[in-house]
Design a protein around this ligand. Structure first.
Ligand SMILES: [Zn+2]
Length: 432
């Protein structure tokens, strides 16, 4: 919580607000101004703690007595606490404030395509408990959801055993999501349609539930906890069974007209009738050239052509089936077929990322999700392709890097969407 993110605090507020709201005579307005100011102060503490009241006043533009009163209220909600004295410098020693990590726990759920994962964290995203289970995309929806809910039970028990409160539950899902209603509209790789995830999870847990697309939630996590806290324009590329994008533009998640923006993997880059078909029903989708399955396919073709590789030996020794982890192990041992398979997928990924860079001119593109464990082998090919094909003006400033959360990016994202809501509406937390 020590890195600073000052400039985008304001931009995180809803667009109809401004950074330094003027009080009005209307009581309802006054209450909402108060909530906005609480949110503003809480976000600065979240991003810059430890911080003094005087520093808060300077950062927010609010006067010192207003800041003191807001700080007292946030302490009543147990969202923050005092953490010691700063006696550095010549001024009067000041009491410093920081976030109270134990104000409560958050449950994060990632519905992957071939796994489900559940994590319990404190309010600053520190992992307290986690579990995952394999899932088969061909399993029926009830089976997968029942498995997920039983993991959620485990997380809730772990929280109760620690004597902590629960603040909410976030779900990251691999498809288009109606965020307002909490409904998964369509997950192509699961063939799930119109699943009322909020209703299901809130009925089971009694918690406030948020549902978000996996790549979008990962983008929120990167902005809240990760490597791009000060970055206003970045694109999160979530690569695994599918490829999704979280577009973070002008300091906000960009949702598009209906809320379904960022389905970057289904843009047709090779829309010939003979090209491989995608689970979404189209042909030639970018993700079919760059996703996990495309890498397996490349490896299998090489093995069928009797190319020399240690992959069959690794599979036999470990008695497992082909996975990204195994191909990476081979690549680590300088297996040229493994490395070439990653490089080809990286080139395909670079082509899609080039389009994104040319369209959006982001400062950074972050690669995360299950494929990012092979990031060291994908990234050089991605960067080569991007530098060859992006327009010079856009690529000059666009850096492609790996998510600091790796394959956990969306799982941590499920936590981040809950934290972000509390930072926006602090008074939803129980007062002491
Ligand atoms: Zn598709």
């Amino acid at each position: 919580m020590t890195n600073s993110v000052p400039d985008n605090i304001i931009s995180w507020l809803p667009q109809h607000t401004n950074s330094n709201p003027m009080p009005t005579k209307n009581t309802a307005d006054q209450a909402s101004v108060r909530e906005l100011n609480l949110s503003l102060v809480l976000r600065v503490i979240y991003n810059e703690a430890p911080i003094s009241r005087a520093q808060l006043a300077a950062r927010t533009g609010l006067n010192k007595s207003t800041v003191s009163s807001l700080v007292e209220e946030l302490m009543n909600y147990r969202l923050i606490h005092e953490t010691g004295i700063n006696s550095v410098g010549t001024g009067r020693p000041a009491t410093l404030l920081e976030i109270n990590p134990l104000v409560g726990c958050i449950v994060g759920v990632e519905l992957g395509v071939d796994f489900v994962a559940v994590v319990l964290t404190d309010f600053i995203g520190k992992i307290l408990w986690r579990q995952m289970a394999a899932a088969d995309p061909t399993d029926d929806q009830e089976t997968t959801l029942a498995r997920t809910l039983s993991l959620v039970s485990g997380a809730i028990t772990a929280c109760r055993e620690k004597g902590l409160n629960l603040l909410g539950l976030g779900v990251a899902a691999p498809g288009t999501v109606d965020v307002e209603e909490g409904i998964l509209i369509f997950a192509p790789n699961l063939q799930w349609r119109n699943v009322p995830l909020r209703a299901i999870f809130s009925q089971y847990t009694g918690l406030k539930v948020f549902v978000e697309n996996d790549a979008n939630s990962a983008a929120v996590a990167e902005h809240l906890f990760g490597a791009v806290r000060e970055c206003k324009n970045f694109i999160f590329v979530f690569a695994g069974v599918g490829i999704g994008g979280g577009l973070f533009l002008n300091g906000q998640l960009y949702r598009g007209h209906n809320g379904y923006a960022g389905e970057i993997g289904h843009s047709p880059i090779m829309a010939e009738p003979f090209q491989s078909s995608c689970h979404c029903g189209n042909r030639g989708c970018w993700e079919t050239y760059a996703n996990q399955h495309s890498i397996f396919q490349r490896v299998r073709e090489r093995l069928e052509a009797k190319r020399s590789s240690i992959i069959p030996k690794l599979l036999e020794e470990q008695n497992v089936s082909l996975s990204i982890a195994i191909i990476k192990q081979a690549a680590d041992k300088e297996d040229s077929e493994a490395r070439a398979s990653f490089a080809e997928a990286g080139t395909a990924m670079g082509q899609g990322i080039t389009s994104l860079i040319n369209i959006f001119n982001p400062e950074k593109v972050i690669l995360g999700g299950p494929l990012s464990i092979a990031g060291d082998y994908l990234l050089p090919a991605i960067k080569d392709t991007v530098s060859q094909h992006s327009l010079p003006e856009t690529v000059q400033h666009a850096d492609v890097l790996l998510s600091m959360f790796g394959s956990d990016a969306s799982l941590i994202g499920a936590i981040a969407i809950v934290v972000d809501d509390i930072l926006s509406n602090p008074t939803q937390v129980e007062r002491r």
